[in-house]
Design a binder for this molecule. Structure first.
Ligand code: PEP
Ligand code: MG
Length: 309
């Protein structure tokens, strides 16, 4: 047991029988890279930090410098950078967004690019410039996408900026249900379970009172993840999870069995998830995924997967 624990503290994530699952880190700036030491790359680079507490948008040069600090530290590695996810739980004062009665259901994430296309174009230009000659494998993804048309528009903008890999987050049930159609126009999908839970259960992600509904073991959420996994397999394209759910070591084999090809989490969660994967064969993962999907509720799902009566 101790030997196998030592053997799995670094290197690519894989199951006991060698099925690869990329283990990636969630970061908000280059400062978070220290904690991401054992990661194969970055699965979610949230770019909001740079835009917070500002009266004006950071210009192209300033953005490029911040992005380059991350890309340059990861030559040969994957860095999935997310375009601005403003609105709802991430309000940005400089945008002067009009008050909406339900900001979580309003103009947020990629929806803002329709109203303010210059924001997206400047950011993509900054990402393209920052990526030059760093050797990092830069993948660009959009938050809060609902339809294939939105995904296609985003992919066109990414390619027009000279960036080869475009993807979208799956945070809205409509997008999960149409994952196969989205994969016709993008290269990869990444499930944001924090928002996907919120929108699936109509439960504010910041509400402690609704924590039971927001539990990532809810079979309805797992059903949507399975939908995305099946679409990824059919298309032969990467699909991962980058929400909090990816950091749960008991859930990692379930997510793998549902077809996820990567798990992205805070750096400190990586070792335990890596060890959990190394402890299961891929057929084991498929078996526990089935158990979790067939459970009546989160508690029963956890127990079934943990092998408790
Ligand atoms: C998510 O919604 O799960 C996610 C990863 O994005 P954020 O938490 O930044 O909204
Ligand atoms: Mg989100």
């Amino acid at each position: 047991d101790h030997l196998s624990a030592a053997a799995v503290t670094s290197g690519p994530g894989r199951t006991a029988d060698g099925h690869p699952v990329a283990l990636l880190a969630n970061i908000g700036s280059a400062r978070d890279l220290g904690a991401a030491d054992g990661a194969e790359g970055v699965g979610l680079f949230r770019t909001e930090l740079l835009f917070l507490d500002r009266s004006r948008e950071p210009d192209l040069d300033e953005q490029a410098e911040a992005y380059r600090a991350v890309f340059a530290a990861l030559p040969g590695r994957r860095v999935v950078i997310r375009t601005l996810d403003a609105g709802a739980d991430k309000p940005l004062p400089f945008l002067h967004q009009t008050d909406e009665p339900n900001p979580a259901l309003g103009v947020r994430g990629l929806r803002l690019a329709r109203q303010r296309p210059e924001l997206l174009h400047t950011q993509l230009a900054a990402i393209a410039r920052a990526a030059e000659r760093t050797g990092a494998e830069v993948w660009v993804m959009a938050p809060m996408v609902s339809t294939r048309a939105e995904a296609a528009e985003f992919a066109d903008a990414v390619h027009a900026a000279g960036l080869p890999r475009a993807g979208v987050m799956i945070e809205v049930p409509a997008a999960a249900l149409r994952a196969g159609q989205l994969l016709q126009v993008v290269d990869f999908l990444s499930i944001g379970t924090n928002d996907l839970s919120q929108y699936t259960f109509a439960a504010d992600r910041q509400s402690g009172a609704l924590a039971e509904l927001l539990d990532p073991w809810q079979p309805a959420l797992l059903r949507l993840i399975a939908e995305v996994g099946a679409a990824g397999r059919a298309a032969g394209k990467p699909v991962g999870v980058c929400g909090e759910a990816a950091a749960d070591p008991l859930l990692a084999p379930v997510l793998t069995g549902l077809g996820m090809t990567s798990l992205s989490m805070s750096g400190r969660a990586l070792p335990r998830v890596r060890a959990a994967l190394a402890d299961h064969t891929y057929p084991d993962c498929e078996r526990v995924a089935r158990l979790a999907l067939d459970a009546d509720d989160p508690e029963q799902a956890r127990k079934a997967v943990a092998g408790e009566p």
